[in-house]
Design a protein around this ligand. Sequence first.
Ligand SMILES: [Zn+2]
Length: 298
Amino acid sequence: MGREIKRVPVDFDQPLKEVWPGYLMPDTFDEGTCPDCQSGYAPHAQYLHDLWYGYVPFDPRSTGSKPLTPKSPAVHAFAERNVTSSPEYYGTDKTAVYREAMRLADLWNGSWSHHLAQEDVDALVAEGRLMDFTHTWSRETRWQPKDPPVTPTAAQVNEWSLSGFGHDSINASIVVRARCEREGFEATCPTCHGHGSLEAYPGQRAEAEAWERAEPPEGDGWQLWETVSEGSPVSPVFPDAEGLARWLTTDAAGLAKCSTIEGARRFVKAGWAPSMMSSPETGVVSGVEWVATRGGAS
Ligand SMILES: [Zn+2]
């Protein structure tokens, strides 16, 4: 990500500030949507996924979990923190914490992700998840499995899931798939084999995977490119390095403007600069100016 000097043909006429087409995967690789799924799950797995996130009605008792109440310690503590940090929003009357605890309990009772059964927890442990429970961590030894091995209880994991970090989408997928397997359901959409989309023509996916960026043609010209987006030319093509260096000292160079011609020559020679640089002495400065002042990083 930054500014780059490219050698292109002197008559290269790619429009300025437009991404070089060779850097963009062609639209012809866009796949069609799968008619039978939303994101690669078979119907039962999609239902369980929605249950995990609370998009469909969920009852904690269905997994043997105890419904949360405003008095559950973790709920009460969370509500107290919310109210204390934004009293202007939640109010300061006696029932403010209770009201917020009620809201949180309702919200969290509606998601399977906060009410796992022990089998769900076991599936996560088997896949090497829940490291907070099963491993110790230190700077010297990094993650180390506890000895003897520890399997957390569902109640412990469910309380932890309220803490803010909680489960990620990988955990969701592991638990959904493990439950499908236990209940004898196919987890993956048979129509698209889990891709969530279908090839528009046979071999499209393999072609898309084999696709590689194509660089612009090489030549004797000198041109400034920005690589903050996929990459596009931002200066005219100059027949020599000096022409580009002179242009770099003008306002037309925008954020790539160099304050001296010597600096501009140094940047052209270095060939690349990051978008921004910062140091205690300079603060944040343009990467081009940084390279112009100091030379490139070898
Ligand atoms: Zn599908």
